[in-house]
Design a binder for this molecule. Structure first.
Ligand code: PDD
Length: 289
């Protein structure tokens, strides 16, 4: 069952008018919330980011935080899959085509859930290939907008090169992936770029930083040069659906040095384990916590 503008229905029955500004202009925002054994992961944080995205594009939030919370939990109950990700989207609504904001349009709210398949063990053990690309997206990458054309084009660059993700560089600096944040390890130090308008403030990014701090792992949040990316000992991508996943080659060149090159490194393995342990504490929590 999906949720569309106040009604629950099978996805085949869900229809949006062609003049919806999400369809015409990509004028909307979204969230992807992983749910493990029926427990939404970091729901409050996802809903807070939704509010920031709505503020960023000047759409009034159609629901209260409590209502969103209820809807996401209802979605999980109605779709009893073990692990799933709830996708929710708010657009500016339906109006005659005009770039300027329509007066009195009602935001369109759509929520669905899909099975969540985290990377298989084989991928975790071997890592995935990535290619670099120039980050040619707009300057508000901090907004989780449904206007994802640039991200789709960039992801396809990776797919065309038989790679899983692109590592984006803007003016000689690392930003993020097409649908993930990027971390690297150099001389035992975990390094990732700061939250600016150039990257999406990832929820997984936050969890990884919290876990690094809680476990006293050396961490630097700072600008990262392209040279550092190419010379990293370890390179990881993080997202709600991929969790913490090692990148084993960048542009066909093995990541890392010496005999460890091209294989996921020890810090990635440690962080992956910390992430799994943390997830388990969340999954044991009472559903309404
Ligand atoms: N993408 N950066 C971009 C551009 C993203 O699209 C995503 C997530 C992330 C990681 O954010 P989080 O840890 O909150 O998932 C970073 C989601 C999964 C998607 O679009 O499907």
């Amino acid at each position: 069952m999906i949720y569309l503008n106040g009604e629950w229905m099978p996805i085949e029955k869900a229809m949006v008018p062609v003049l919806d500004r999400g369809f015409i202009f990509g004028d909307g925002v979204y969230e992807v919330i992983p749910c493990y054994s029926g427990h939404p992961f970091r729901l409050r944080e996802h809903l807070t980011r939704l509010q920031s995205s709505l503020d960023g594009v000047r759409i009034d939030n159609p629901y209260s935080l409590a209502r969103w919370d209820e809807l996401v939990r209802e979605m999980v109950v109605k779709n009893p899959m073990d692990d799933q990700y709830v996708y929710l989207q708010v657009t500016r609504g339906v109006a005659p085509r005009d770039h300027a904001f329509p007066k009195g349009a009602k935001p369109t709210v759509f929520i669905m859930s899909n099975p969540l398949t985290t990377p298989p063990q084989e991928q975790r053990e071997r890592g995935v290939a990535a290619v670099s690309a120039a980050d040619n997206r707009w300057l508000r990458c901090d907004i989780k907008s449904v206007s994802l054309l640039a991200n789709c084009l960039l992801r396809q660059v990776a797919v065309d090169a038989s790679a899983a993700e692109v590592v984006l560089l803007r003016d000689g600096r690392l930003t993020e992936g097409s649908a993930s944040n990027i971390f690297l390890v150099r001389n035992g130090v975990i390094i990732t770029p700061p939250k600016t308008n150039f990257i999406l403030p990832g929820i997984t990014y936050d969890v990884v930083i919290e876990l690094a701090r809680a476990n006293r792992l050396p961490l630097e949040i700072r600008q990262v040069s392209e040279t550092e990316v190419r010379d990293a000992d370890e390179l990881w991508l993080t997202s709600s659906t991929k969790e913490v996943l090692s990148i084993s080659t960048l542009d066909g060149i093995p990541v890392g040095h010496g005999s460890a090159a091209g294989k996921p490194g020890p810090v990635a393995a440690q962080m992956h384990q910390l992430y799994q342990d943390y997830k388990r504490t969340v999954m044991r929590a009472p559903v309404k916590a």
